[in-house]
Design a protein around this ligand. Structure first.
Ligand code: HEM
Length: 413
């Protein structure tokens, strides 16, 4: 007798990571799907067809294959119906994560030094000061009421870090955040709706003006350095604006969710929380385990097969969209022992939460730095930190490729 499919396409309609079928805990569904077929076709929430890869070995194979291309213009020319319409906006389609080959290498090289070990060591004191400032503010909040750690800690930290790095003036940050929220309000098709498109236009215009002002009065920040690269003919204006957008997006909710998802994982595993509190030198290893166990990025961004490709023995025709569900791959029992167990001291933790291959996350050193300082400082400042609601009542959101918390009410003391 043939076994009924565990996840027919209507169930997978939530696959692109949005509300609905994935619910608060997608890992059971991931396991069923991976066990049945680690490479398979699905229909995404907005009706676009795609292939998803949920196995670890298959995921790494896919991410190393140069025939899985990222150029949006190329995909639009070959098969427009697989591309979310909003991606045609120049804000979204001209950065390194939407480029291949030489263009990708050139755009990535330009930012090569930005996240180097030396740079990270140089900004460590500033990140520590930001964390300490946020923790001081938490201490000043009235006792006897739960505190939301998302709005008071996990969100403001990464946002401030990336805006400072880029050189976005403090007074403009609220506006940028609001446009960003509008663009992602309709999670199925970013920037497709009139609101999203208007916000993308506004952001594009704003970034253009900001870069012009950096050009006339450069300062010691990333946007000034990137503006100088345009003048040196290393990239064009559209690539510059799109890269600024990529850094703002990538520097926002990814690290926010690393902190939030990691805290919930610890609250769900009191033995691991106690172990970490007892030995804070384990924090860097714990951060890697948070990334593996419940990483912020559930699946990689858009890729298209430029020709027929075989992944994990499955033939995928040309011009198909392929998404690697990294969060599922990171729980693959074929690679990780006891994958559903949180082990903050796990060794050989070769997760793919930061991707794999040439598009491996450029900002990983920054995310790791922020995670290291944030968890170490928070846990040592508030030894009594604990959730203020039943963990089953915590609400999760799925935005584009991300999974994270809406709020995290806690008792600090
Ligand atoms: C915990 C936090 C983060 C996670 C889990 C994460 C995850 C990822 C993943 C999975 C990719 C590859 C996507 C794909 O192949 O489709 C990626 C790429 C990228 N990330 Fe991150 N990211 C994080 C934080 C950051 C930060 C803080 C920055 C910079 C400010 C950043 C900048 C980038 C850039 C520029 C790329 C594109 C690299 C390329 O195309 O060569 N990320 N990230």
């Amino acid at each position: 007798m043939t076994k009924a499919p565990v996840a027919p396409p209507d169930v997978l309609n939530g696959w692109a990571g949005f509300s609905g079928p994935l619910g608060d805990d997608p890992y059971g569904l991931y396991a069923d799907v991976r066990e049945e077929a680690p490479v398979r076709p699905v229909v995404l929430a907005d009706g676009r067809p795609a292939w998803i890869v949920t196995g670890y070995a298959e995921g790494r194979q896919a991410l190393l294959d140069p025939r899985l291309v990222k150029s949006i213009p190329r995909a639009l020319a070959a098969r427009p119906e697989i591309v979310a319409p909003g991606f045609a906006h120049p804000l979204f389609g001209r950065h390194m994560l939407a480029s291949d080959g030489e263009d990708h290498a050139r755009l990535r090289r330009l930012l090569g030094g930005t996240f180097s070990t030396a740079r990270m060591a140089a900004i460590r004191p500033r990140v520590q000061a930001l964390v300490d400032g946020l923790l001081d503010e938490l201490e000043r909040l009235p006792e006897g009421e739960p505190v939301d750690l998302v709005s008071n800690f996990t969100l403001p930290l990464p946002i401030t870090v990336i805006f400072e790095l880029l050189g976005v003036p403090i007074d403009d940050r609220g506006r940028l955040r609001a446009w960003f929220e509008t663009i992602f309000t309709d999670p199925v098709a970013p920037a497709d709706g009139p609101g999203g498109r208007a916000a993308a236009d506004a952001m594009y215009a704003y970034l253009g003006d900001l870069i012009a002002s950096k050009r006339s009065a450069p300062s010691d920040d990333l946007l000034s350095a990137m503006a100088a690269s345009v003048d040196d003919d290393c990239l064009d204006e559209e690539e510059l604006l799109s890269t600024a957008w990529l850094l703002i997006v990538a520097g926002h909710d990814t690290t926010v969710n690393l902190l939030g998802n990691g805290l919930v994982a610890l609250f769900r595993h009191p033995d691991q929380l106690a172990r970490l509190r007892a030995d804070l030198s384990l924090v860097p290893q714990a951060v890697e385990e948070f990334l593996r166990y419940d990483g912020p990025v559930q699946h990689t961004t858009f890729r298209m097969t430029s020709e027929p490709v075989t992944i994990g023995g499955v033939d995928i025709p040309a011009h198909e969209q392929v998404l690697v569900v990294t969060a599922a791959a990171n729980r693959d029992p074929g690679h990780f022992g006891e994958p559903d167990r949180l082990d903050i001291a796990r060794s050989d933790n070769h997760h793919i939460a930061f991707g794999h291959g040439i598009h491996f996350c450029l900002g990983a050193p920054l995310a790791r730095l922020e995670g290291d300082i944030a968890f170490t400082s928070l846990l040592s400042r508030f030894p009594g930190l604990r959730p203020a609601v039943a963990l089953d009542h915590i609400h999760w959101t799925y935005r584009i490729v991300l999974r994270g918390l809406v709020a995290l009410p806690v008792w600090l003391r």
